[in-house]
Design a protein around this ligand. Structure first.
Ligand code: PEP
Ligand code: MN
Length: 368
C-alpha cells in the first residue's frame, strides 16, 4: 500500500506520527518513506510493505495527513501502475520534460574520442534545435584489450562544450558507483554547464549493488537499459531497485535482445514491448535503434534499417530515442559501423517529427 501524504506533511509532522503509531499496532508492516519532487512541491510517499492485507484502505485514507492511498500489487510497487493510482508518469530535469506523453531524441557519440568530434556533434545538434545528446565516457567492452573510454579525463571538456552549445541533458553510461562522484565533480568544475542522465547499460541491468547506489541519489535521472538476455519482467524489477532506493526519475530503454534469431541485425529488435512497458509502469520508454540494428544496412526503398526501426519505435509511442551519430565514423573508437552521419542528422529529425505526428493522430483516433 502507498500513502501519498498532503503537501505540507512530512515524517516530522504530528499527522505522520499518528499514522506511524497506528501501524505499530499491526504486526509485520514495514514503512519506507520517500521524498518525491511533485509538480510544485516535494511530496512524501509512505510505502507499506508486509502484511498490508490486514489494513483497511478506507481507514488509511481517513487519516488527516493522507491525501491519497493506493493498494498496490506485489509487482513493481514504486514504478508500476496500480488501480486508482494517480501518481505522475513524468518528471523534469534541467529544464527538459520526460514523460510517457512526449518524445526526446538523444543523438550523439557512442564513445567520446576527441574534443573535435564532441564539438562537431554538439554544434550540429544545436543547429537542429536539439538540447539532449548521448556521450559515452565509460565504455563496458567485451574484450579487456578494447578501448575502455576516456572516463573522468574527458568529462570537463564534454560538459564545457555542452554548455557552449546549449545542451541540457547528456545520457552517459556509468559502470561503477564511483563514476557518479566523478560526474558530479566535473559538473561542479564547469559551473554545472549541463545536466547528466546516468545510463545503466545492458550488461549491468542486474548489477544490483550498482542499481542500489544509483537509486540512492536523486540528483541525476537514470536511463536503465533492458538486460539483453533476461525477461522483460526481470528488467522491470531491476528498474524497481532504483526506485525502491528513492530515485523514481527512471526511463526504461529497449535495445534489442541477444539471439541469432535476430540476424542479420545485431540484436532482435524488441520495440513491440513499448506499449507493454507503458501500461505496466509509469516510466517513459526509450528505444535505442543503433544497438538493436548494429549496422548501416539499407532496404530496397533506400531507407536505412536504423531509420525504419526508429520510425517503428516512434509510431508505437516511444518517449525517447537514443541513437549513435559520428562526424567521422571511420575514426570512431567504438561502434563506428552503426553510426549515422552528420549529413543524415536533419533528415533523421524530420523523419522522427513526421512519424511522431502520425502517432499523435493515432492517439486521437482511438480517444473516446
Ligand atoms: C551504449 O548505449 O553505448 C551501450 C553500450 O548500450 P547497451 O548497454 O545497450 O549495449
Ligand atoms: Mn555502442
Amino acid at each position: 500500500m502507498i500513502l501519498i501524504l498532503k503537501p505540507n506533511i512530512d515524517a516530522e509532522s504530528r499527522e505522520f506520527q499518528l499514522i506511524a503509531e497506528h501501524l505499530k499496532k499491526t504486526p509485520n508492516i514495514e514503512m519506507r518513506v520517500h521524498r518525491v519532487q511533485g509538480a510544485e512541491q516535494i511530496l512524501t510517499e509512505v510505502y507499506l510493505i508486509g502484511n498490508t492485507a490486514a489494513l483497511s484502505l478506507e481507514e488509511m485514507k481517513g487519516f488527516p495527513g493522507v491525501e491519497h492511498a493506493v493498494r498496490v500489487s506485489e509487482e513493481y510497487r514504486v514504478l508500476g501502475r496500480h488501480k486508482d493510482d494517480n501518481r505522475p508518469n513524468h518528471f523534469s530535469y534541467n529544464g527538459v520534460e520526460f514523460s510517457q506523453d512526449n518524445l526526446n531524441v538523444f543523438a550523439g557519440l557512442c564513445a567520446v574520442d576527441s574534443p573535435k568530434s564532441v564539438e562537431e556533434m554538439m554544434r550540429a545538434l544545436q543547429a537542429n534545435g536539439q538540447v539532449c545528446t548521448r556521450m559515452g565516457a565509460y565504455k563496458p567492452r567485451t574484450s579487456p584489450y578494447s578501448f575502455q573510454g576516456y572516463g573522468a579525463q574527458c568529462l570537463p571538456y564534454v560538459f564545457e562544450l555542452a554548455g557552449k552549445y546549449g545542451i541540457k541533458v547528456i545520457a552517459m553510461e556509468i559502470t561503477h558507483e564511483s563514476h557518479i562522484d566523478e560526474v558530479r565533480e566535473a559538473l561542479r568544475q564547469t559551473g554545472n554547464a549541463t545536466g547528466v542522465m546516468l545510463q545503466i547499460g545492458t550488461r549491468n541491468t542486474q548489477n544490483f549493488e550498482l542499481l542500489k547506489n544509483v537509486g540512492r541519489q536523486q540528483e541525476f535521472p537514470v536511463l536503465l537499459k533492458r538486460g539483453f538476455g533476461i525477461t522483460l519482467d526481470e528488467s522491470l524489477h531491476a528498474a524497481e531497485y532504483l526506485a525502491s532506493e528513492g530515485n523514481q526519475k527512471v526511463i526504461f530503454a529497449l535495445r534489442g535482445m541477444k539471439t541469432n534469431i535476430g540476424d542479420p541485425h545485431r540484436n532482435m529488435v524488441d520495440f513491440a514491448h513499448i506499449p507493454v512497458v507503458k501500461r505496466l509502469t509509469r516510466m517513459p520508454v526509450c528505444c535505442d535503434p543503433s544497438h538493436s540494428v548494429g549496422g548501416r544496412g539499407r532496404s530496397s526503398d533506400n531507407i536505412l534499417d536504423i531509420m525504419h526501426i526508429t520510425a517503428q519505435a516512434v509510431i508505437a509511442g516511444a518517449n525517447m530515442i537514443l541513437v549513435d551519430f559520428h562526424p567521422d565514423p571511420g575514426i570512431a573508437l567504438v561502434d563506428g559501423p552503426q553510426a549515422l552521419r552528420m549529413s543524415e542528422l536533419a533528415k533523421f529529425f524530420e523523419d522522427v517529427q513526421m512519424v511522431r505526428e502520425v502517432y499523435e493522430k493515432r492517439v486521437k483516433l482511438y480517444a473516446e
